[in-house]
Design a protein around this ligand. Structure first.
Ligand SMILES: Cc1cc2nc3c(=O)[nH]c(=O)nc-3n(C[C@H](O)[C@H](O)[C@H](O)COP(=O)(O)OP(=O)(O)OC[C@H]3O[C@@H](n4cnc5c(N)ncnc54)[C@H](O)[C@@H]3O)c2cc1C
Ligand code: SF4
Length: 566
């Protein structure tokens, strides 16, 4: 292999995990190769076109997966620089403190994590700074302790959502502002990168004002001369040396040609399903069940949350443009009439008639789809699904991904819906009284695709980390137990899925693993800080190298610094 194909670090995948890690390691001076199977999302008007995005699924992968019966699955996932953060709703939550311990659910046990919340807390703070999270501390009754305030004030509610927040509060709940990664400056609208539009959740941001891994991490990392990105570079296999302890070669298909690269350290971050698939496809004599899989857990314990969209159709219209500002966690750990955890209530982006038509929902009596869209409050409900070894990713004889999944802990989700419905009924509209909310209508979430299994947005858990190499594939630093130089930093490491959106935890963990790698690579901290401060986006404002858990940050980003770079 030519010297130019040899790197200190190879990072595979540019989403929340890989993109963030690349950003964090860029000032190290180490030669870093980033491999991404997709290209950049083209900037075009279709970015904000509901038909192109939700009906034609223009930006979804066209790759076919299979379910356990061999039926085709059209996965709702995206292969681009920035990964799924290009399309996410940017609701950026910390897991709850108790989520790191063992929790009894109605459907079984949610296992403990091998690290505590306190170990991840400083990295959550860094992650919130890097991804410019707008939120208000102290409103969410389940909020874990945090070292610092959110870097930006919460995104305000529009009138209809504020009205609902007031109704919820009157009903005894504690509604709060959803922490959001959008670069909205409400005090200075003329210069705000974000224009507060109605095409955010599920859409790429045409004006690059969403806090995604491409805009905030990959592009800034590429300002460093030691960082190289290859797009349209699909990693097919990882080859080990004869001992089986080291990944020696990364086999890549680019422009129809196979190429080989190597890294002293190889980090897989392809998303929980594709990372498991890559390790399984890389089986060899030393690793007959797949790479890093002596425990037989790789691909198992697939989780993706139990999610529903519930539309509350009111007689009052809902002219809200940006709807994702409100959340409710009062039922997260249970209620007086259901003692088990139920989950999290928030919103999807405002649904429109075009998107609704593709989902063919039941039509409320007396309503057309247009009227429904004008009058609906569109809730997003998330409950924890539990890690079941039989819910898994496998590869069939044709090399295709097979996803086997039996939903579990469903009673919790039903109860969450019932609790929301009950609170909605208590709302008294000053114009229409109790009759204002005609009821909640479940609608198929996966617009244009009727297969719920295809909704893999919150995929996690397939390469779990843990203390015991018999029951986990990764150690606490997310290094494979079985190999010396292989790491995984996407959502696969989760031992349990909790019930809030996963991306901030993936980002925080990538920063944590990044610090471990800086230490392992013996990067001189002074040089790292100096390199960080030379970059136009990195500020090198605080550096610590003492304890293992002390975060090393080359960018405690301030609003001005990052906003100026957008
Ligand atoms: C519509 C939508 C809305 C969402 N909303 C939210 C939200 O509001 N809040 C939240 O927290 N989360 C949300 N999520 C989930 C969030 O986007 C993911 O949790 C997060 O992006 C996962 O990060 P990751 O690094 O694990 O994987 P990804 O972000 O998926 O990145 C994986 C990357 O690896 C690349 N790749 C895959 N295989 C290969 C290969 N073999 N070779 C090379 N490259 C490869 C992919 O192209 C991709 O770029 C949403 C997701 C979607 C789809
Ligand atoms: S402008 Fe703001 S609201 Fe619209 S897509 Fe971009 S980040 Fe989201």
């Amino acid at each position: 292999m030519s010297r130019e194909n040899q790197f200190d670090l190879v990072i595979i995948g540019t989403g929340a995990g890989g993109g963030t890690l690349a950003y964090h390691l860029a000032p190290s001076g180490k030669r870093i190769l980033i491999l991404e199977r997709g290209g950049y999302v083209p900037r075009e008007k279709d970015n904000w076109n509901p038909k192109a995005v939700n009906v034609d699924a223009k930006y979804n992968t066209k790759e076919l997966w299979r379910d356990v019966d061999g039926k085709e699955l059209h996965p709702h996932t995206n292969y681009y620089v920035g990964g799924n953060t290009k399309f996410y709703g940017a609701a950026l939550f910390r897991l709850r403190q108790k989520d790191f311990g063992e929790i009894r659910h109605h459907g079984g046990i949610s296992p403990a994590w091998p690290i505590s919340y306190d170990e991840l807390e400083p990295y959550y703070t860094q992650a919130e700074n890097l991804y410019q999270v707008h939120g208000n501390r102290g409103e969410d009754p389940t909020e874990p302790p945090a070292g610092k305030a959110y870097p930006w004030q919460a995104v305000s509610h529009e009138a209809r959502i504020q009205h609902l927040a007031d109704d919820f509060r009157a009903a005894g709940l504690n509604p709060f502002h959803t922490p959001l990664g959008v670069m909205l400056d409400e005090k200075n609208p003329r210069l705000s990168p974000c224009i507060r539009c109605n095409t955010c959740d599920g859409f790429p941001c045409l004006v690059h004002a969403k806090s995604d891994a491409q805009v905030l991490c990959v592009d800034p990392a590429l300002q460093y001369p030691n960082v190289t990105l290859l797009t349209n570079a699909l990693v097919k296999r990882l080859e080990t040396d004869r001992s089986g302890h080291q990944v020696r070669e990364v086999i890549v298909e680019r422009n129809g040609v196979l190429e080989t690269y190597s890294g002293s350290i190889v980090v897989v971050s392809c998303g929980a399903i594709n990372s498991a698939a890559l390790l399984l496809r890389s089986a060899n004599d030393r690793h007959p069940n797949g790479l890093a899989n002596s425990s037989d857990v790789v691909g198992r314990h697939y989780m993706g949350h139990t999610n529903s969209v519930l539309m509350a159709i009111s007689k009052c219209p809902n002219p809200t443009i940006f709807q994702k500002t409100l959340s409710v966690n009062d039922f997260y750990f249970g209620s007086k009439d259901f003692e088990y955890p139920m989950g999290h209530i928030s919103f999807v982006g405002k649904l429109d008639a075009i998107t609704l038509r593709a989902g063919a929902p039941a039509i409320a009596p007396g309503f057309t789809l247009e009227l429904m869209a004008k009058h609906s409050l569109d809730f997003w409900l998330t409950s924890e699904d539990l890690p079941d070894p039989n819910n898994r990713v496998t590869i069939n004889r044709d090399g295709e991904i097979v996803l086997t999944y039996t939903p579990n802990n469903l009673k919790a989700h039903d109860q969450l819906k019932a609790h929301l419905q009950s609170v909605m009924k208590q709302n008294t509209c000053s114009i229409h009284g109790h009759e204002c909310h005609k009821g909640l209508f479940a609608r198929s979430l996966y617009v244009g695709q009727r297969i719920p299994l295809a909704g893999v947005a919150h995929q996690n858990g397939t390469i779990r980390f843990g203390l015991d190499s018999k029951t986990s594939a990764l150690d606490v630093n997310c290094k494979a137990h079985d190999l010396d130089n292989l790491y995984v930093v996407d959502g696969s490491f989760f031992p349990s899925s909790a019930a809030v959106n996963p991306a901030l935890t993936i980002v925080a963990n990538a920063l944590r693993v990044g610090d471990h790698l800086l230490r392992r690579l013996r990067v001189p901290i002074v040089e790292y800080a100096a390199n960080g401060s030379k970059s136009t986006v990195a500020t090198g404002s605080w550096i610590r190298e003492d304890a293992e858990s002390s975060p090393i940050s080359h960018a405690e980003a301030t609003g001005d610094q990052i906003l100026a770079s957008c």
